[in-house]
Design a protein around this ligand. Structure first.
Ligand code: ADP
Ligand code: ZN
Length: 753
C-alpha cells in the first residue's frame, strides 16, 4: 500500500493541480477542439466564432447535417484539412465548464473505461441548456380581499400564507393549484379579485439562500465533538474524506448538517447524496427547518424544467445546496466544498445501467480534484470504507449512542427448525406471540421480508413448470394487488394463467414462496383486529404518497407494518418496538462476495427501526441456520470483529478491496454470437496476463437475459497495484462488436450472483 489514496476506487493522490486555464479565450478563427456528446472516439476541430470562445464553453457545432452539443476542450489538434473546418455555430448562454469538472469527467472516464461522449452526456442532462432566459407567469399573495370567499379560495390563500405570505416564494399556476388541491380556475378567480398577484418571472429562478446561521438542535456532547471536527474540515480548502459512523438514530444527519452549515457559511456549495428518492422528502423538510429554505433537488422525479433550472443555477452559484441522486455528482458546481454520501454502503450508489460507476467512489474523486471534503455516513459502512478508515486513508468519527434514552433493540434468533409451521405460512408461533404482546400493549410491530409481490414463483402442480418471463431469465412474480404476474427485470406483466402454459392442465397453478403481499394476507388472518400497513416501493405512485404513508404510520395509524428493503432506510417509527425478520437467511444464499456484508448491514438496519424513542425494542430473526457466522455476528453486535473477519477473508482471496476486479459484459440477441465473442476474448487475453491478471469465463452474467438480450460475462481479477484499466484498454481496443452485439466494462462489479 502506498500513497494517501483509498484502498478502493480511483486514487485521489494521482490528482494533479488543475492548471489556471479558466481565463483562456480563443480569438475568432482560432482552432479549438470540441468534445461532443456524439459517439465519436475523439474531439473535433472547429474555428472559434465571431467574438471568440472560452475554454470550457458549451457550444453547438455543425456535424454533418445536424447541430450537436459540445464543450470546448482545448486548442484544436490541427490534423484536419484546415479549409474544410467549420465554425462553431453558437456559444450557449451558460457558465463555461470549469477545468476541475473537465478533469473529473476525464478521470472518471479513464477509471470506468467509459467513452468521453457518454461521460459528457451525464454532465449535460438538462433539456434546453443553452436556451435564452425565458419568462413565465407566477403567483403570489396579493393585497386585495375578494368579495366572495369559498373553501377552495381559502385553501389557496392559506397555502400562500403558510409559505411565507408576501415574503414567500411565488408558485406556478400548476404548483399552487396542486398544493391547495383546487382547479387552476380558482387561482385565476382570485387573481381577478386582486387577492392573488400574477407576475412575469424568469423561468430559471435562483434558489433562495439557505441561512446557515440559524440555530441547530442542541447537540449532545458526542454529537458536538463530531460536528466540530466536520465543521472545521468543511471550512478548509483541502481534500479529505471522513467516515461518520453511528447507529441509526444516533444523529448522523443532525451532525452532518453542521458540516453543511459550515460549508455554506464559508461561501461554498454543498451536495448531499441520498440512496433513494423516497428519502428526499423527509430530508428536505429537515433542511428547511434547519436553514429556512428548501435546497435544490436533483433526481429522476424532478421535472424537466426544474432540472434545467437546477443545472443552470448550480452552474451560476445560485444554488447553495443540492440534494439528489448519484448523477448530481456531474452538476457544474462553481465552488463545491462538501459532498455528503448518506447511507454510503447502499448498493444503489452503484449505477448498473449505462455508465457503470459507483457514486461513492466518484464523490471521493470529484472532491479530490476540487479540494472539497467528503462525509460518508452510515450505521453499517461498506467494507471498502471501513478498510480505508482502518488504513488511515479516511478519518473516522463514531457516534456511539442513540439520541435520547432510546437503545438499540435486543436481537435474538428464532430457530425455524424447531417451529411448527403449516405449508404456505411464514410467521412462526414464537413471532406470532411476540406480535400479539405488542398488540395488547398498543405498540407497533414490523414484519420484514425483502421480497416484493405476492409470491416469487408460480408453479404448475401438474407438470412442475415455473412461469418465466418471455424476455428475461427471470421468474414471473405474482402481484396480487395488480392481479398480474410481473418480471422484476424488465417490468413485463401478464395475467395469472389459469391453464398451465406448458402442459395445458387447468386449475393447477400455485403460488410458491413468500412475498410481502402474501405475508400481509397471512398477518391479516392471524391478527384480524390489527390495523396493517404495507410499505413496498411498488405500492406507491410517488415519493410524496410514500412520505405521507410513512408519516401516518409513524404517528400510529397502523399496528403492524409489513415492509420490504424500503423500510430499512432511515425512516423513523417512534412507536415501533418489535421487528420480525421473516427470512434472515435470504441474503446468505448464492455466491455473492458481498453476501455476508449485505446481510449484516440489512439486518442491523432493519433492527435499527425498533425502539427509537424511549421504548426499548427487540428484533427477532427467523433463521434455519442460527449458527451461521454472519447470523452470530449480527446478534453479537461486535461489528469491528465482523469487519475484521470479513476483511481477512477477502484479503486471503485477493478480492476487493484487497484486489481488483472488472467485469466484461457482452450482450446480443443471438446467444451463440455472444458466447463466440466471449470465447474469442478469453483466448486472446495476453494483455491481461501481462499484468498478472486472471480472466474467468465467459459465463452467463448474473442476469443472463434481459429484454430478450443474452448476457455473458468475463471476470478479471488482478492484484491491488496492477494497471488494470490500461491493460483492459489494450485488450478491448481491437474488439469491434458486430451487429447488435454490445460490450460494456464494469470496473469494481457489485453483483456476482
Ligand atoms: P441518523 O441520521 O443517525 O439516523 P438522525 O439525525 O436522523 O439520526 O436523528 C434521529 C432522530 O433524533 C431525528 O428525529 C433527530 O431529529 C433526533 N435528534 C438527533 N439528535 C438530536 C438532538 N441533539 N436534539 C434533538 N433531536 C435530535
Ligand atoms: Zn422480463
Amino acid at each position: 500500500m502506498t500513497g494517501p489514496g483509498p484502498l478502493f476506487g480511483p486514487d485521489p493522490a494521482d490528482v494533479g493541480a488543475s492548471g489556471a486555464w479558466d481565463d483562456d479565450v480563443f480569438p475568432p478563427g482560432a482552432l479549438v477542439a470540441v468534445q461532443t456528446t456524439q459517439p465519436l472516439d475523439r474531439t473535433l476541430d472547429y474555428k472559434a466564432p465571431e467574438g471568440g470562445v472560452r475554454l470550457g464553453a458549451y457550444v453547438e457545432v455543425p456535424l454533418g447535417p445536424r447541430k450537436v452539443l459540445g464543450v470546448v476542450w482545448g486548442p484544436g489538434a490541427g490534423d484536419f484539412d484546415r479549409s474544410k473546418i467549420r465554425t462553431v455555430s453558437r456559444v450557449l448562454d451558460a457558465a463555461p465548464m470549469r477545468d476541475e469538472l473537465r478533469e473529473f469527467l476525464q478521470r472518471a472516464a479513464d477509471y470506468t473505461l467509459t467513452p468521453m461522449p457518454a461521460m459528457l452526456r451525464l454532465a449535460t442532462r438538462a433539456p434546453g441548456l443553452g436556451d435564452p432566459p425565458s419568462m413565465r407567469k407566477v403567483y403570489r399573495l396579493g393585497e386585495g380581499e375578494p368579495a366572495r370567499m369559498t373553501d377552495a379560495r381559502i385553501r389557496v390563500i392559506e397555502v400562500l400564507e403558510e409559505h411565507g405570505g408576501h415574503q414567500g416564494p411565488a408558485f406556478t399556476l400548476k404548483e399552487l393549484a396542486e398544493l391547495a388541491g383546487v382547479t387552476p380556475s380558482v387561482v385565476k378567480g382570485l387573481v381577478d379579485a386582486g387577492a392573488v398577484r400574477e407576475e412575469e418571472s424568469p423561468r430559471d429562478m435562483p434558489f433562495p439562500r439557505l441561512d446557515p446561521s440559524r440555530p441547530s438542535k442542541d447537540l449532545t456532547e458526542g454529537q458536538e465533538a463530531a460536528a466540530e471536527v466536520l465543521r472545521e474540515e468543511a471550512r478548509s480548502d483541502t481534500y479529505g474524506t471522513t467516515l461518520l459512523k453511528g447507529v441509526t438514530g444516533s444523529g448522523k444527519t443532525e451532525v452532518y448538517l453542521e458540516a453543511v452549515a459550515a460549508a455554506l457559511a464559508a461561501g461554498k456549495q454543498a451536495l448531499v447524496l441520498l440512496p433513494e428518492i423516497a428519502l428526499t422528502a423527509e430530508f428536505i423538510t429537515r433542511v428547511e427547518a434547519r436553514f429556512g429554505a428548501r435546497p435544490a433537488e436533483w433526481h429522476s422525479g424532478v421535472t424537466m424544467t426544474e432540472r434545467r433550472r437546477v443545472w443552470r443555477m448550480v452552474g451560476e452559484g445560485e444554488a447553495d445546496l443540492v440534494v439528489g441522486a448519484r448523477s448530481a455528482l456531474f452538476l457544474p458546481f462553481q465552488r463545491l466544498g462538501l459532498i455528503v454520501v448518506d447511507e454510503e454502503h447502499d448498493t444503489s450508489y452503484k449505477q448498473e445501467d449505462g455508465v457503470l460507476y459507483n457514486a461513492r467512489d466518484m464523490a471521493v474523486l470529484r472532491a479530490a480534484i476540487c479540494g472539497a471534503r467528503v462525509v460518508l455516513a452510515s450505521a453499517t459502512p461498506s467494507l471498502e470504507s471501513w478498510a480505508n478508515a482502518e488504513a488511515g486513508k479516511y478519518r473516522r468519527l463514531d457516534l456511539p449512542a442513540r439520541f435520547g434514552a432510546s437503545q438499540l433493540p435486543e436481537m435474538r434468533t428464532i430457530d425455524m427448525r424447531a417451529e411448527r409451521l403449516q405449508p404456505g405460512h411464514w410467521i412462526s408461533p414464537t413471532l406470532r406471540q411476540a406480535v400479539s404482546q405488542r398488540l395488547e400493549k398498543g405498540e407497533q410491530s414490523l414484519l420484514f421480508i425483502n421480497r416484493r409481490g405476492f409470491a416469487p414463483v408460480t408453479l404448475c402442480r401438474a407438470c412442475g413448470e415455473q412461469v418465466a418471463c418471455p424476455h428475461c431469465d427471470a421468474r414471473m412474480v405474482e402481484h396480487r394487488f395488480l392481479k398480474r404476474l410481473m418480471c422484476h427485470q424488465c417490468g413485463t406483466t401478464m395475467p395469472v394463467p389459469d391453464v398451465c402454459p406448458s402442459c395445458k392442465v387447468e386449475g393447477k397453478m400455485t403460488a410458491v414462496g413468500p412475498g410481502i403481499e402474501r405475508l400481509a394476507e397471512e398477518a391479516a388472518a392471524l391478527f384480524p383486529d390489527a390495523k396493517q400497513a404495507v410499505l413496498s416501493s411498488d405500492l406507491f405512485g410517488s415519493a410524496r404518497a410514500l412520505k405521507a404513508a410513512i408519516e401516518e404510520i409513524a404517528a400510529g395509524s397502523a399496528d403492524i407494518i409489513l415492509g420490504t428493503q424500503l423500510v430499512a432506510k432511515g425512516h423513523n417509527f417512534p412507536l415501533l418496538t418489535l421487528v420480525g425478520v421473516i427470512d434472515a437467511d435470504l441474503g446468505l444464499q448464492g455466491s455473492d462476495l458481498r453476501a455476508a456484508e449485505r446481510t449484516f448491514q440489512l439486518m442491523r438496519q432493519v433492527a435499527g427501526r425498533a425502539g427509537r424513542a424511549e421504548r426499548p425494542g427487540v428484533a427477532l430473526l427467523q433463521t434455519y441456520q442460527p449458527e451461521h457466522p454472519v447470523i452470530r455476528a449480527i446478534l453479537g453486535g461486535d461489528e469491528e470483529a465482523f469487519w475484521a473477519a470479513e476483511a481477512a477473508e477477502r484479503q486471503q482471496a485477493g478480492v476487493p478491496p484487497y484486489g481488483r476486479m472488472a467485469g466484461i459484459i457482452l450482450s446480443g440477441t443471438d446467444v451463440a454470437q455472444v458466447f463466440d465473442l466471449g470465447e474469442a476474448l478469453a483466448r486472446n487475453d495476453a494483455p491481461m496476463r501481462q499484468i498478472g491478471a486472471q480472466v474467468f469465463g465467459p459465463a452467463p452474467a448474473p442476469i443472463a437475459r434481459i429484454r430478450g438480450r443474452h448476457r455473458v460475462r468475463l471476470l478479471v481479477k488482478a492484484d491491488k497495484g496492477a494497471p488494470l484499466q490500461a491493460a483492459l484498454a489494450r485488450w478491448l481496443a481491437p474488439v469491434r462488436p458486430k451487429g447488435d452485439l454490445r460490450l460494456a466494462v464494469d470496473i469494481d462489479p457489485q453483483s456476482f450472483l
